[in-house]
Design a protein around this ligand. Sequence first.
Ligand code: SF4
Ligand code: SF4
Length: 375
Amino acid sequence: MSYKENGEEIIQKIQDECLSCGQCISECQLLQSIGEDVVEIAERLLSPKEAFSCSLCGLCEGVCPLGLSPRDMFQFMRKKAVAEGTYPIHDYKYMFPDRPLNVMKAYRQVYGVDYQELNPDREGEVAFFPGCTMLTYNPDLIFTSMDYLRKEYKDVTLLTDCCGLPLWQLGLKERWENFTQDLKEKLLKLNVKKVILACSNCYYQLQLLAKELGITLLTIYEALEDSEAFNTPIMKEKILTVHDSCPDRFQGIFAKQTRQALEKKGYQVVEMEHHHEKALCCGSGGQVTHAAPSLAQELVETRLGEVEETNAQILTAYCLGCVLNLSKNQDSIPVQHVLNLLLDFEQEYVGLKKRTQTLFDGPEGEKLWEKVMQD
Ligand code: SF4
Ligand code: SF4
């Protein structure tokens, strides 16, 4: 993923070429709530608040007959608002992965999430890069994945970095560039030649960097294709539906590989109305849960409404952020990460996200929050 520097061109293209067909609007709750023609929006330019209310899901681009991208216009306006100081981005510094303490690091400290026994971040040609969401909220899945990966790649090392996507999504161009440069240097220093990814966000975020460094990216589904767990069928067929993750929308690598692996394992996959390139956002894209929480909640409900229209017994996703967001509701369908199903290791996700909020409750929580936010 790279910053599109030509934001003015993107906006001009929409002004010049948009057919005002409304296809993007009919699929997007944000554009519907703005209530204007896309050309009008491109002409008056977005307010910073509107720019940060977009989940950057890309569905608008996915349905546009001309391939125009309102998403890129929203992303550009985020970057512009940050550069011009018209959006209070530092209110969100608790998310910045390049800070010494942020919410995820605080969570790991408080709940004792630690990977020392895996001897992480050491030199090695093959590295597993689970990404910070899994590193924070699902250490058990990382330990289990590492057990299986070691059978396929004896010396696989674990990398405990963030891919930098939050900085990119928040429009922090310079910080994102510096972060990416540091990550490049680390990968070179550790002599990494192959990176195995479990998160579609990280996969697409690192694609360009990997190309520059001559590193091969593999999804964990390719890496474990021949593993015993992936090839041990389940006892009784179950019906599930796959929630596709927005960054996979255009290349569809995870969508294809996960469905193939799940079907090989014996699951019956049924599709929701929106899937693959037309998938709906789970409500956590673009850090929108922070900037526009009520819109984010509407997205969750819309997605779960589509699940209800299928006869699926399980909802599964290959992005842990989506899994956590879609399992917020206690009484909804069981939600599992695809790896849980393929590695025969089901987990309970309901309530997991709430543990983050309780971190900052009470006097000790307030002190921790002060530390997270201090300059
Ligand atoms: S990226 Fe998604 S939320 Fe943003 S305008 Fe496009 S469809 Fe709407
Ligand atoms: S789908 Fe494309 S052409 Fe149609 S209104 Fe949206 S941006 Fe314009």
